[in-house]
Design a protein around this ligand. Structure first.
Ligand code: ATP
Length: 339
């Protein structure tokens, strides 16, 4: 039996880093069949449709999706809606898990190992907007059901991973209805997990503490936009946005992707750091039950980074995407595959 993996190569640096991830996965003997899907802005320009119902049906039938970043224009341009957000909503992958772990020798901070659990389907990214008089309104939708699901997910993850504390990040002093509901649900949920410490912090204080004392955090749970911003900030502590992979998990589906965007400033130069994408692929291995393989990939990445000499330009090195991928592949084969 083969696991069906939907592959979205994405835009900008997407196809370059996806190549790397697939090359690393193909080095291992995994029963994976890849189904490439052409979705996104380019397809929309050509056909008027960024992702078809047929594409969505394929995504829903696959065992997992491996996805590179997709471009979304910032201008109001022709009502183009983010395909990434559409996929998250349609597949109801409500939990976005972003493990922020420092690599020895590379990261400015040592021993940092925190997990950001971000609600992925509502909040300020609900996409519900309208114009009023001379301005505009975005609805920040927060439902009790989603708060319960994401808070439970965070505490269960903390238990499973042997973590000691979950921090709820909110702005309930100002956003009393939406963040208030999130905070209240967090503390209700915490009662079912007496062995895990439940703490809270305001989002601005959290942004500050992440730089001043990042090791004070263990698991963070928060709403959609706060989680998006804080995880980019936390990624800087690892040394580069290009090092962090993530999982989007729901009851029926799972999508694995790097946390960064399409990096248009370095696209087509072949110098993007592929590690975030490779880490995402390793988390997919874990999710599908291939824990040893996932671990071997992460260990190979750590070994290569530890030497400090095989690095892409974002980390001050001179290697290109392919060269770094080859180094990781070399270590994977020599240290973990040849018996
Ligand atoms: P988008 O509009 O798709 O979100 P962006 O440029 O706003 O793109 P990112 O793509 O996340 O946001 O990039 C932010 C910065 O981080 C850019 O300078 C980019 O070059 C850098 N960056 C992101 N990913 C990588 C990577 N994999 N390797 C090296 N640098 C990266």
């Amino acid at each position: 039996m083969k696991y069906k993996i939907a592959v979205i190569e994405g835009d900008g640096v997407g196809p370059e880093i996806m190549n790397s991830a697939l090359e690393i996965l193909n080095t291992l003997t995994l029963p994976f069949e890849y189904i490439k899907l052409d979705v996104g802005y380019k397809k929309w320009m050509e056909t008027g449709e960024a992702i078809s119902q047929g594409d969505m049906d394929i995504l829903k039938k696959c065992d997992a999706t491996l996805k590179a970043p997709l471009y979304t224009p910032s201008s109001k341009e022709k009502n183009f809606s983010s395909v990434t957000l559409t996929i998250r909503k349609e597949l109801d992958v409500y939990a976005n898990i972003r493990p922020i772990k420092t690599f020895p020798g590379i990261s400015p901070f040592t021993g940092l190992d925190l997990i950001i659990v971000r609600e992925n389907t509502e909040g300020l990214y609900s996409g519900v907007e309208h114009s009023v008089n001379n301005g505009a309104v975005t609805e920040r939708i927060i439902t009790k059901a989603s708060c319960e699901k994401i808070c439970k997910y965070a505490f269960n993850l903390a238990l499973k991973e042997g973590r000691r504390k979950v921090t709820c990040v909110h702005k309930a002093n100002i956003l009393k209805k939406t963040c208030g509901l999130f905070r209240e649900t967090f503390f209700e949920t915490a009662k079912d997990y007496p062995s895990i410490e439940a703490e809270e912090t305001l989002v601005d204080a959290c942004a500050y503490k992440l730089i001043r004392n990042p090791s004070s955090f263990d698991v963070i749970v928060t709403t959609n936009m706060f989680g998006d911003i804080l995880s980019d900030e936390a990624a800087a502590l690892t040394g580069s946005l290009g090092l962090v992979g993530s999982c989007n998990i729901g009851e029926k589906h799972a999508v694995f992707e790097p946390i960064h965007g399409t990096a248009p400033d370095i696209a087509n130069e072949g110098v993007a750091n592929p590690i975030g994408m490779i880490m995402a692929a390793s988390y997919m291995c874990n999710f599908l039950g291939f824990k040893n393989e996932g671990e071997k990939i992460r260990k190979s990445v750590t070994e290569v980074l530890k030497e400090k000499k095989n690095l892409t330009p974002d980390l001050g090195g001179k290697l290109n995407t392919k060269q770094l991928t080859n180094k990781i592949k070399e270590v994977l084969i020599q240290k973990y595959l040849i018996q």
